[in-house]
Design a protein around this ligand. Sequence first.
Ligand code: DGT
Ligand code: MG
Ligand code: MG
Length: 288
Amino acid sequence: MANSKWEYVKNFEQPDNLLPNTWIVVRLDGRGFTKFANKYAFEKPNDRAALDLMNEAAKLVMTDIPELIIAYGVSDEYSFVFHKTCNLFERREGKLVTTIVSTFTSYYIFLWSKYFPNKPLSPPLPSFDGRAVCYPSVSNLRDYMSWRQADCHINNLYNTTFWALILQGGMDNYQADQALLGTVSSQKNEILFSQFGINYNNEPEINKKGSVIFRDYELVEPGSHNAAAEAEDLAEPVPQSKTQAEKEKKKRAKAKVVIEHLDIIKDDFWDRRPWILSNKPGKTPKEG
Ligand code: DGT
Ligand code: MG
Ligand code: MG
């Protein structure tokens, strides 16, 4: 085949396939959302409509990309996880990250008016950056998820107390910062309770725990499956018959994608949902 004299430039493209047999996490984060949240007067510290918008956009990404096994979101960020055996786009980092980030951004903008009907978007429009990180073991992946959820908790407790001191306590930003300097969790809980009658435990789960999105099947008894061990054993993708693969694909497509605000640090979440780590669809719950 006659190639053009320019075609050699293709050789400048660098391979960017991510390490095989590792869990791929793509995290996106809103660009300059401190300013963006002010521009659209998001409620402080948590704007329910803004969080619901993030969640619906992420849910649609999960639905569009069935290779994703779970997603976790808080504030202006979302982490999407591909199973370690996933071979989408030959695991090319650029394609994986840009597809997730642009799909998410499109939905975010598409859905904006549903959540903020009285606040039309104007430039600069919301945008998101993204990165991919590979985790070699289930425990690394779970530590990553735990890290994000712990971050959510620490930030939310701080922000809830900070904004109570300002909005209800009449402090300015500097005074509130000073009041919280060096305080530990129990002291923040105490300030909330004694000064403002707020029991932090009663704050909405979405604020305390963030949001987790996954395909839902029938829960299993904890201890009856060991998905983590199963997943670790998959040194390479187990060859599947075409019909088996098709069957699983259909089941996955039929499964309901749900948004929950659950503890993903403890074992229970993972033990009761072995399909997340094993990537084998579970039992479809009976309609009822
Ligand atoms: P970046 O990510 O480096 O471009 O900079 P930012 O400004 O996006 O900072 P980041 O991502 O570290 O922090 C997220 C910001 O978004 C933080 O300043 C608070 C704001 N934000 C996120 N969700 C809400 C919300 O529900 N209400 C309000 N008022 N602000 C929010
Ligand atoms: Mg940001
Ligand atoms: Mg952020």
